[in-house]
Design a protein around this ligand. Structure first.
Ligand SMILES: [Zn+2]
Length: 161
């Protein structure tokens, strides 16, 4: 007799949350051995023997382990502390360097460009944060448009008839 770590029906029950968006629920795809999120429309293949889910169609293999209550990324996958440190440094260091330079070499207060260093520092922060966000969105294949469409569908269902 085969012992399943995770009951097969648990992934197909509609009660398990999506590991990518953590909001939508997993549902079965008709005529396919795959699961899909009801919110972000990611498609997964399940391995019930190991209790894992694999994101289909991603450039890098992305897996999650189900422990019966929540999803966990196996070791060596996802964001490690070095990735988080590099992302934080990419977001904080360039604008801090610009702010430090503008503090060390201030413009004349009555100059017409006195606003420029703070503007440039803020623009640098936003651009670098956008780059890090784009990398995260690409890694997890998060689609903002699909998520907004799904939220719109949920909102329409909740409207009184
Ligand atoms: Zn999802």
């Amino acid at each position: 007799m085969t012992h399943y770590t995770t009951p097969v029906c648990e992934f197909h029950s509609g009660r398990v949350s999506c590991p990518a968006c953590r909001i939508g629920r997993l549902s079965t795809l008709a005529m396919m051995d795959a699961l899909a999120c009801t919110l972000c429309s990611h498609i997964y293949t399940a391995d019930p023997l190991r209790g894992t889910l694999t994101l289909s169609g991603s450039a890098v293999p992305v897996h999650w382990q189900w422990d019966g209550r929540t999803w966990h990324a196996p070791g060596g996958q996802g964001l490690g502390w070095a990735d988080k440190l590099a992302a934080g440094a990419l977001i904080v260091c360039p604008p801090a360097l610009i702010a430090l330079c503008s503090w060390a070499f201030p413009l004349q207060p009555d100059s017409s460009y006195a606003w420029f260093p703070s503007f440039w520092s803020m623009l640098t922060f936003l651009c670098h944060a956008g780059c890090v966000l784009a990398i995260l969105v690409s890694y997890y294949q998060f689609s903002l448009s699909a998520c907004l469409r799904a939220i719109g569908r949920y909102a329409l269902r909740r409207l009184p008839q």
